[in-house]
Structure formats: C-alpha cells, structure tokens
Design a protein around this ligand. Structure first.
Ligand code: NCD
Length: 310
C-alpha cells in the first residue's frame, strides 16, 4: 500500500517488504547525504520536530535530511519554551502543530506518547523515541549499517548487550531482526533483561532467541555486537542504577577472539560501555552507523512525504 502518508510509531507498523523498501531508498540517498548530489525531492515540504527529551543525532539528522533534499524543518527542542509549560496537553500541542507542517517527528519521555500523537495529528507522525518504548527510525539505521557491512540481514548472529529493559532502540531492533530470521543473543545484567512484552512478540514471530549472560562467550560467535548505554534517566531509584553502572565494557581485549568481520554497533551516546581504544579497530562501526542516520531518514521521509524515493 506504500508508505505515503503513513505514521511510523512502532517498528511493527512496517512489514518486512516495507523495511526492505526503506533500506533500498536509503541506499539511493547516499550521494545526497554526502553532498555529492544536490537534492530537490522534498522542496516545499516542511517537517515539524517536537523534541521533549535530549537529542543530538536524531534531531540533527532529521533536520539535515530535510535540508539536503530541499525541504525545511521547524523545531521545538526546549519544552520549557513551549506552551506545554503553561499546562497544554500533548494532544492539543500535536493537534495544532500537526497542521503546520507535512509530518511531525516526536521524541517524548512517556511510552505511548507517539501513539497518542498519531491520533491527534492528521498528518503522519514519526516516533523518534517514546520513553522506554520504541525508536523505529534508529532501527532502520541499525539495519542499514548491518546490511551495508554484510550485504544481507539474513543468517546473522546478533548480540544485544546492555540495558535491554529500558533501551528503546533494542525493543525496536529485536522485533525487526525477527522479521529477517536473525539469531538473537541477549546479554544483559539480570535486572535489565528484555521485557516480557518484547519477548512475547519475538516468540510469536518465531525468532531464534537465546540468553547468554557471559559477554565473553556471546562475543565469540557474534556477527554483530550491539551495545547500549544503561538508561540512567529511566531508573526510579539512583541506588538501583549504581548497582549496575559499569557492569560491562567493550575493550580491545574482549574483541580479540571475535570473528574477523564482526562489527560493533551502538546507537550512541556511549557513556563508558565502549572504550575509545576500540574506535581504531576494524570492528568499530558505530560512527558509520551514526552517519547513516542522514540517508536513512532521507529515504524514509521521501517515502512518507512523497511516496517516492528517487
Ligand atoms: C538513543 C535513544 O535516544 O534512545 N539515542 C539515539 O537516538 N541515537 C540511545 C540512548 O539514548 O541510549
């Protein structure tokens, strides 16, 4: 049915074929994202960004994607300077700003906020992270990075490491990988295990999922080691955070026995879980991953705003 005019709230809003279509569109956007071709695909289009949580990459790569394709963006990035501060509901805010541009990108601390926004707005809503819920556009970037490296998403062994409880990127990524028959290995501190709700989705998709608490063992068979930050801001109790802080770290010694082609991904920001001495290793792919945010968001925005991705 095509992606034109559609919301992207959960990664489950996309079929496997649609994910493949976005990845294909993203590859075509590479020369535009690198600035070697000038794009006009989104001329006359306006994207409204409403960010109620901190962001560097997500916000700037959406804005860059619009700018490099000839479109424009308007942004709320300081919620204290908007009417939410006066007590306006999120529903009303989105109902109004949804009329201004051609689509809304929302980041919000509450899980479910993007779904609510999609009900409030007549125009498409793209979830750029809803609390500990999902982050589907990050997942498309993660998939694009894996595909660029391996030429496929099939038959790979992906280790998800870190805060699988609160990490929204892994909630979306695990579900997406299940569509491609990837083997998933979950490596998390016991108190930060993958939520039951996500596990159920993985089971019903017939995903191959295994738990491996020993990071050293998980790394040996990995094609992809996807590292996440402990989501400190989601802990109700700082003492609970202190118990798990620093409990895993990826360094060159850990990667020694890894497969030669294994890649290390991280949605960033990192806060100590990947040593900077890994950056020079051929395994490090997280900066490339961060760059691919631009072409992937170009591909996605073109499909949602125009139905095309040339
Ligand atoms: C992630 C997020 O906001 O969920 N960042 C991002 O978008 N690249 C990961 C994180 O904050 O840990």
């Amino acid at each position: 049915m095509g992606l034109k005019g559609r919301d992207l709230v959960s990664i489950r809003d996309l079929s496997r074929e649609e994910v493949v279509e976005v990845l294909k569109a993203s590859r075509r956007m590479l020369p535009y994202s690198e600035g070697s071709k000038i794009g006009h695909q989104l001329e006359g289009k306006v994207l409204t960004l409403a960010f109620f949580e901190p962001s560097t990459r997500t916000r700037l790569s959406f804005e860059t994607a619009m700018a490099r394709l000839g479109g424009r963006s308007v942004t709320i990035s300081d919620p204290s300077a908007s009417s939410l501060r006066k007590g306006e509901t999120l529903y009303d805010t989105i109902r109004v700003i949804g009329q201004y541009g051609d689509a809304v990108v929302l980041r919000h601390p509450n899980e479910g906020a993007a779904r609510l926004a999609a009900q409030a707005s007549d125009r498409p809503v793209i979830n750029a992270g809803d609390g500990a819920g999902q982050h589907p556009t990050q997942t498309l970037i993660d998939l694009a990075t894996i595909e660029e490296k391996f030429g496929t998403l099939q038959g790979l062994n992906v280790v998800l490491l870190g805060d699988l409880k609160y990490g929204r990127t892994v909630h979306s990524l695990a579900r997406a990988l299940a569509l491609f028959g990837t083997s998933l290995v979950l490596t998390a501190p016991p108190t930060l295990a993958m939520p039951e709700e996500v596990r159920k989705d993985l089971d019903s998709a017939g995903a191959k999922v295994q738990e491996e608490p020993e990071l050293e063992r998980a790394v040996k068979n990995a094609d992809v080691l996807y590292v996440t930050r402990i989501q400190r801001e989601r802990f109700g109790d700082e003492a609970e955070f202190a118990k798990v802080a620093g409990s895993y770290r990826v360094d060159p010694a850990l990667l020694e026995p890894a497969k030669e082609r294994m890649i290390v991904l991280h949605p960033l920001p990192r806060t100590g879980e990947i040593s900077p001495s890994v950056d020079a290793s051929p395994h490090a792919a997280y900066f490339r991953q961060a760059f691919l945010g631009v072409p992937v968001r170009m591909g996605l925005l073109s499909l949602i705003l125009t139905g095309k991705a040339a």
